[in-house]
Design a protein around this ligand. Structure first.
Ligand code: ARG
Length: 265
């Protein structure tokens, strides 16, 4: 009997603690509504998905995030941070979600939860016009720039440590692909690896640059898909984000946002 009572008591306590926890989580849907605002972390050096427009951040992810905020009934606040810090900020609850053209990857799924995927992409090479580089294998012996902690960084790390670029040590990491491209223009590196649309956008802004798909010598390529990330287990918020995303995807809005911001950037 005693045991039953103490077990019941433990259960009541556990429920109480859990309820208390979810109330205290500043990023619970309930608390976001109470605060009247939702905070998104991004890295605004990734046009057309996020880029600086004066002191504001604009782009596809911003348009999506505005719809998410509107559906929840709160205002959107955007923080422009280094890409590599976004997952940590989402994990620790510094922000409600990360929206940064972020690719769903198994190792990231161990750290955060991802929404419905909303865009497909590939890795591209930004090169100087006239460069002889055609494939990833051609990067052997060349200096390659990547944005820290991006998929381009991870793919090149793998290829250098045990793949087609084995032994090639000349990978240079940058805060973003725009800064890397300035080093490319200055002749300090030979190529920049970054996602397709940002690569095309960056190449477009400079006469001497071109963007080509990053393919292997055997013709194979890289493929990835973007999603929004939230703190692990924040199901109510994720459900709300997904309902907005699903609605936007169905209405063809994401394609519209991409076209619109691609024409601007
Ligand atoms: N899709 C790549 C990744 O997830 C690059 C994303 C970079 N995003 C940015 N906003 N800078 O790793």
């Amino acid at each position: 009997m005693k045991k039953v009572i103490s077990m019941a008591l433990a259960a009541v306590l556990a429920v109480g603690v859990l309820a208390g926890c979810s109330k205290q989580n500043p990023q619970s849907l309930e608390n976001i509504k109470k605060a009247g605002k939702i905070v998104m972390y991004t890295n605004a050096a990734f046009p057309p998905f996020e880029y600086r427009e004066g002191s504001n951040v604009a782009g596809v992810d911003v348009d999506i995030a505005n719809e998410i905020a509107k559906d929840i009934g709160v205002t959107l606040e955007i923080k422009d941070v280094e890409f590599e810090t976004i997952i940590g900020a989402v994990q620790s609850g510094k922000c409600a979600f990360g929206a940064a053209g972020m690719t769903v990857k198994p190792e990231r799924l161990e750290q955060v939860d991802f929404s419905t995927k909303y865009v497909k992409s590939k890795q591209y090479l930004i090169l100087k016009k006239g460069s002889t580089v055609k494939t990833i294998e051609d990067l052997k012996g060349k200096k390659v720039g990547v944005q820290t902690a991006t998929t381009g960084n991870l793919i090149l790390d793998d290829e250098i440590s045990e793949g087609v670029l084995k032994g090639n040590e000349a990978l240079k990491t940058y805060d973003d692909a725009i800064i890397a491209s300035q080093d490319l223009i200055a002749g300090r590196i030979d190529a920049v690896v970054i996602d397709k649309l940002p690569a095309e956008s960056i190449a477009k802004t400079n006469e001497g640059l071109q963007a080509i798909e990053m393919v292997y010598a055997d013709g194979s390529n890289t493929e990835e898909e973007y999603a929004i990330c939230v703190q692990k287990g924040n199901k109510e918020l994720l459900d709300s984000i997904n309902s907005t995303l699903d609605k936007l995807i169905k209405a063809g809005k994401i394609d519209e946002y991409v076209l619109n911001h691609t024409s601007k950037k």
